[in-house]
Design a protein around this ligand. Structure first.
Ligand code: G
Ligand code: G
Ligand code: MN
Length: 447
């Protein structure tokens, strides 16, 4: 005998499964898309809200996937009371949730609702009897205002959420057309970078670092440029970091810089150091140090000729790995400089336990404190750095006046347009052995 009610139940269950997420029991992406499609077909107005959990990956990695699953379930539970006839809450996949609000396109109304969601989650959730706190990043797009195309709306919400992710997470923003332009430019830059990696499209410029007591060039900072595109370095470096391309590009920089050291060595120039910039995203390049060691070994050059410039941000990521990385660099004979000093969370405390050789005072600090009344501050900074047995370079020095003050305050090295902009290697060769102080004096006298 066939039990027809049982079959009916099974059919309903299968249908339910097709439209729901097994973990959270929320409607799934498929179900959401159908509902949104209906709303668009009926010419309704409304909003699509997309959010995800900040740093969910590290929650998963540190607390385990089971915990991650529990968190997703708890969030679903917490959001269920907000579900109404007009509000559909769905799981999009992974740690992403989608909310469909129908019946209004009023920005402040939608914004209020989005804030309500954030409040509902910010109080934390209970997992195994323990409060768990987390942040979310949220993108919102309205229909038909922003688009009445299903996929476009999802893309809009995603673009807006992505924007929040990039600007520090834990926030919400409405989609805006400009964001598409920004995304397009980013994609364009990304393609240019990929092309440059394949087709030898990068070059390094070198900026001299001058010993303030003598005027002698002691080394150079290598600064990356695109050969064929006028995109600003901070812009394309940012994209390289976001896309992970910085790892490959960073290796190119090392190869090129060591090649240049070798070329100068073979031309009989006196050995001078080259500093390369190291981005926090390059920490994931676990072969970085071995690669660099190998390059110097093959070139038969002293590792001390390479100085790696790190920034404070790398120290905030202060896990065991960062310290191992820095210690390994140091142990291998490379020098380490702390770049952009004074711009971030600069703590002198760091300087006592990370193996840096040198601190680079940021241009903004120099500009601020080298004005007439303020130079005491710089002098104290320099004294403090010296008392930690570290060297100090002042960056972004453009005037003779600032240079004099720094020299008077015993700042070891000066880097800036006063002496030279970053220039091509063959330009460097013309001034390699020059006394930069004499050179500036002469050029000023002849003006
Ligand atoms: O010259 P300037 O405009 O080059 O540099 C802009 C920014 O780009 C600076 O913060 C500088 O540290 C960074 N930068 C320049 N070259 C490199 C590089 O080779 N690698 C990394 N990671 N950053 C670089
Ligand atoms: O982040 P980092 O310190 O690596 O970047 C150094 C940046 O400072 C580069 O963009 C370089 O071109 C720029 N720079 C170097 N000297 C000067 C200067 O005298 N004035 C200005 N405005 N920028 C400088
Ligand atoms: Mn630098």
């Amino acid at each position: 005998m066939i039990d027809s009610t049982k079959i009916k139940e099974q059919e309903e269950y299968i249908e339910y499964l097709a439209g729901h997420d097994y973990l959270t029991n929320l409607p799934n992406r498929h179900y959401f898309m159908e509902r949104l499609n209906q709303a668009l077909k009926n010419n309704e107005a409304g909003a699509v809200i997309l959010f995800d959990i900040d740093n969910f990956k590290s929650i998963n990695d540190t607390l385990g996937h089971v915990y991650g699953d529990q968190l997703l379930k708890a969030i679903a539970l917490q959001l269920k009371p907000l579900q109404t006839e007009k509000v559909l809450i769905a799981r999009f996949g992974g740690d992403e949730f989608l909310i469909l609000c129908r019946g209004t396109e009023d920005l402040s109304e939608i914004s209020d609702f989005a804030k309500k969601i954030r409040r509902q989650l910010h109080g934390g959730v209970m997992i195994d009897g323990v409060e768990s706190y987390f942040n979310i990043s949220m993108g919102i797009t309205c229909f038909p205002k922003d688009s009445s195309n299903l996929n476009q709306l999802i893309m809009n919400a995603d673009t807006a959420m992505y924007k929040i992710k990039r600007s520090g997470k834990n926030n919400m923003v409405f989609f805006h057309e400009d964001m598409n332009l920004e995304m397009k430019e980013k994609l364009n830059t990304e393609n240019i970078l990929r092309d440059a990696i394949k087709n030898d499209g990068f070059k390094l410029l070198y900026q001299p670092q001058v010993e303030s007591a003598t005027g002698e060039i002691i080394g150079f900072e290598a600064l990356l440029r695109l050969k064929n595109h006028p995109i600003r370095p901070d812009v394309f470096i940012g994209v390289a970091e976001e896309t992970g391309l910085i790892v490959e590009i960073g290796r190119w920089v090392l190869k090129e810089a060591v090649g240049q050291l070798k070329a100068w060595d073979q031309k009989g120039f006196k050995h001078k150091s080259v500093a390369v910039n190291f981005s926090i995203k390059q920490l994931r390049d676990t072969g970085y140090i071995d690669y660099l060691k190998q390059l110097l070994f093959e070139a038969n050059l002293d590792p001390a000729l390479i100085e790696v410039e790190i920034t404070e941000s790398i120290l905030l990521e202060n896990n065991e790995e960062t310290f191992l990385f820095l210690n390994e660099l140091k142990k291998s004979g490379f020098r380490i400089a702390l770049d952009d000093f004074g711009t971030g969370y600069a703590s002198f405390n760091y300087l006592t336990y990370i193996p840096v050789d040198k601190v680079k005072l940021d241009k903004s600090i120099n500009d601020k404190f080298l004005k007439h009344e303020n130079s005491d501050v710089i002098e104290s900074l320099i004294t403090l750095v010296h008392s930690l047995k570290l060297e100090i370079t002042a960056e972004g020095i453009e005037s003779w006046d600032k240079f004099e003050k720094l020299r008077f305050s015993k700042c070891d090295y000066i880097q800036g347009y006063l002496f030279s902009r970053p220039v091509e290697a063959d330009e460097i060769e013309k001034i390699y052995e020059a006394n930069m102080i004499d050179l500036i004096r002469k050029s000023e006298a002849s003006e």
